[in-house]
Every structure is written in structure tokens, then in C-alpha cells.
Write a protein that binds this ligand. Structure first.
Ligand code: TGC
Length: 379
């Protein structure tokens, strides 16, 4: 009965996305994962359905949809694959959102419409090779030279970068000593983007490192926000989307396991007749129901402007843990077949290992909650 909690418009977005994933993704996603392929037409298909930047106001080209609707879209996309949800999260929360909030008029005019329509792809680059959890310890620098900034250094783990038209790159502004964001077309000279291909997780998502060899960026491409709150405010939206998205990955594993145990006969009866299997199914259903309710509550808080970073940490951390647990249980129920990419469980399970680590690792969110509870910073 969770459906009744959502408005007709929210259900409409969910159903649109569900149809897209059922028809265009589920028949192929195992093969894409095996081959390490991101479907290049996926951005355009999302754009045509109005799924990118959907929470932006109509005057910015969005639909003014609720954050809860955005969450449900992520949930349905991640039912297909966490790598595809990484694309929608990055495009909407980490590229469109900072451009809409902090971009100059020139930058908005250039990028909002193509990104919303899926004609352009964006990426977000905060993390550096020496580690992602402590972004204040950033090595990439931006030096002011006349009307330009010159960026130098090395970034890593930028989702979408190898297919991106534009990158949001965060650097230490040497003038102020503070973190600053820059909107950089990826065909800018001296910007080198190198794919990371040897992943045992998130194989439907493209990841890359970015080397900036004195990349010249006009000052008008600097985002109008200073300090770490710039990137962290964007990450709030992406982390929020994950709290919903992983419920979809867990649901996909549950649905597959339930179907499998009904058909698979062992010791003369369906696996579903075994008490241990029923106990696992009951735990999975209870876990997913609680995760769905948590996501819904977080969505409503965000729509009312009441979701704090700590609320979002709780949602991202706990729902990801739940999805990891559910995917492992599903993989186990499928026995040997569970390790094949003909089935979804193992693919989701290994993807969720990345989800547990990125956009604030499980440990970072644990310590953010610890600080919220005790008032003591234990990082
Ligand atoms: P602190 O020094 O207290 O705060 C610095 C400034 O930031 C503000 N702030 C936030 N603002 C908005 N939303 C949030 N969630 C915020 N958290 C902090 C804060 O108010 C302050 O502003 P100001 O104006 O007073 O200076 O920093 P902290 O102690 O809160 O943060 C420490 C820590 C470790 C929690 C933070 O650095 C953190 O979240 N680290 C994890 C970073 C992370 O998630 N990295 C992974 C990024 S994902 C990735 O690299 C892949 S990109 C996406 C993709 O391509 O897939």
C-alpha cells in the first residue's frame, strides 16, 4: 500500500520510468554489464521523458517536480542498474543542479537546455586520486590569470566523464584559498580524460580520471559559490537520490528471488516451500518496506525544505545497507546460478558495493551521524 503515499504526478513519473526500464533496459542490461557498456542513447531517452533536471523550475527548463518524484525516478532506474542511476544522479543533482543554482547567466544559457533534453551529458569531479572522503585536502588548483582561471592537477572517479560534454570541476582557488567550481566543456584544450575500465562493479557506468594540464577557463565559467558547501550542497541531492535508488535495486533482487524459488524444485518440492527460504523472503520484504518508508519520509522532508544533511546521511547509509543485505540474500537463494549475469542479483550486489562507498562512504555517513548525535567530530 505504499502507492497511496504518493501523488498522482509522482506515480506518473514512476510509471513512465518503470516502462522505460522494462522495455529498454531489462532485456539488455546483463549483456551491457558483461561488456562494460553504457547505452549511449539512454540520456536522450531520459530527456524525452522529462526525467533530467525535473525538479528545476519551469523558467529554468525543468518541470518543477517534487524531490519525491525525482527519488522515485531514481528508484525505477536503479531497478534496472545502479550504473544507470549513477548517470541520472550525476546529470540531475551534480551537474544541472549546480549550474541552475550557482551558474552565471551565460553558463545557464549554454548548458541547461541540452542537459535537460539529454542532448548533452555532464560529469562532476570532486574526488582526487589520494582519496575522496576529505575533499578539503584538495590538490587541484585554480590560478587567476587576467579574465581566466588556469586549472592544474589530477581528479579521479568522475562518473560519465568519458562521454561528457561538460564537466563541473572543483579546485582550490589560489586567490581565496577556498574550494571553487568551474564549468568546463570537455573539449577544452589540455584536459585529458582517461576511462577506468577494469571495474568489477558498476560496469554499465563509465568512470574516469581527469588530468588538467593548465586548462584555461573563462572567469564567467566559475560557479558563484565559495567553499566546500558548494560541492557538498550538490552531493546532498545525489545522496538523497541514492536513498531512493537502492530500494529499486533491492526490489529487483527480491522480485527475481521470489520468482526463482517458486520455479526451482529441490528435495521434491519448490524451494519456496522451504521454511528457511520463506524466512529469508519475509526478512527481505520487511527490510524493503522499511527502506521504502524511510525514502518516502525523506522525500517529504526534502519537499518541505526540512531535510538536513544528517537526515540524508541516515537515508543513504541505511537504505544502502538494506539493499546490500537483500541482494546478498537473493544471490544466495539463486545458488550457483546466482553468480551468473543471466540473473540480476550478483550484478546488483557488486554494484551496491560501489554505492556503499561513493557519494560519502558508509563510514563518512556513520561519523556524520555520530557527530549529529554526540556533538563531537570524530573524523
Ligand atoms: P565542514 O568543514 O564542517 O564544512 C565545510 C563547509 O561545508 C558546509 N557543509 C555542507 N553544506 C551543504 N551540504 C552539506 N551536506 C554540507 N556539509 C558541510 C558547511 O556548512 C561548511 O560551510 P561554511 O560555509 O561554513 O564553510 O565539513 P564537514 O566536517 O561537515 O565535512 C566533512 C566531511 C568528511 C563530512 C565531508 O568532507 C564529506 O562529506 N566528505 C565526503 C565527500 C564525498 O562524499 N566524496 C565523494 C564524492 S562522490 C565522488 O567523488 C564521485 S562524484 C559523483 C560521481 O561522479 O559519481
Amino acid at each position: 500500500q505504499l502507492d497511496a503515499l504518493y501523488s498522482a504526478d509522482e506515480r506518473r513519473y514512476r510509471d513512465l520510468t518503470r516502462e522505460l526500464i522494462a522495455s529498454e533496459v531489462l532485456p539488455h542490461v546483463g549483456q551491457w554489464w558483461d561488456d562494460g557498456i553504457f547505452p549511449s542513447d539512454f540520456p536522450k531517452k531520459c530527456g524525452e521523458l522529462g526525467l533530467l533536471g525535473m525538479t528545476l523550475s519551469p523558467d529554468q527548463g525543468g518541470a518543477g517536480a517534487s524531490y519525491t518524484a525525482y527519488g522515485l525516478v531514481n528508484q525505477e532506474v536503479e531497478y534496472g542498474d545502479s550504473g544507470l542511476r549513477s548517470f541520472t544522479s550525476v546529470q540531475s543533482s551534480l551537474v544541472l543542479d549546480p549550474i541552475a543554482r550557482y551558474g552565471t547567466e551565460a553558463v545557464k544559457k549554454r548548458w541547461l537546455t541540452p542537459l535537460i533534453q539529454g542532448d548533452a551529458v555532464g560529469c562532476f569531479s570532486l574526488t582526487e586520486p589520494h582519496g575522496g572522503s576529505d575533499p578539503v585536502n584538495m590538490k587541484v588548483t585554480a590560478r587567476r590569470v587576467g579574465n581566466d582561471y588556469v586549472l592544474s592537477g589530477h581528479k579521479r572517479w568522475a562518473t560519465n566523464a568519458v562521454i561528457a560534454d561538460v564537466a563541473i570541476v572543483w579546485a582550490i582557488n589560489e586567490e581565496t584559498g577556498k574550494v571553487a567550481g568551474f564549468v568546463i566543456p570537455t573539449d577544452t584544450a589540455s584536459m585529458e580524460i582517461i576511462g577506468i575500465n577494469n571495474k568489477a562493479s558498476m560496469r554499465v557506468s563509465v568512470s574516469a580520471e581527469i588530468k588538467l594540464h593548465d586548462v584555461v577557463v573563462p572567469a564567467s565559467n566559475k560557479l558563484e559559490v565559495d567553499g566546500l558547501r558548494g560541492p557538498l550542497s550538490c552531493l546532498n541531492g545525489a545522496r538523497f537520490g541514492i536513498a531512493f535508488g537502492v530500494v529499486g535495486a533491492g526490489q529487483a533482487c527480491f522480485d527475481e528471488a521470489r520468482g526463482y524459488v517458486a520455479d526451482r524444485h529441490i528435495f521434491g518440492e519448490p524451494l519456496a516451500a522451504k521454511q528457511l527460504v520463506q524466512a529469508d523472503l519475509a526478512d527481505m520484504l520487511a527490510d524493503l518496506t522499511k527502506a521504502g518508508l524511510l525514502a518516502h519520509h525523506l522525500g517529504r522532508l526534502k519537499d518541505e525544505g526540512k531535510a538536513t544533511p544528517a537526515h540524508i546521511s541516515l537515508g543513504k547509509r541505511d537504505n544502502t545497507r538494506t539493499a546490500v543485505r537483500v541482494s546478498r540474500a537473493a544471490r544466495d537463494m539463486l545458488g550457483g546460478n546466482g553468480i551468473l549475469t543471466d540473473y540480476a542479483a550478483m550484478r546488483h550486489m557488486t554494484n551496491l558495493e560501489s554505492v556503499s562507498t561513493y557519494e560519502g562512504s558508509d563510514s563518512v555517513h556513520t561519523l556524520l551521524l555520530g557527530r549529529e548525535i554526540t556533538g563531537i567530530n570524530a573524523f
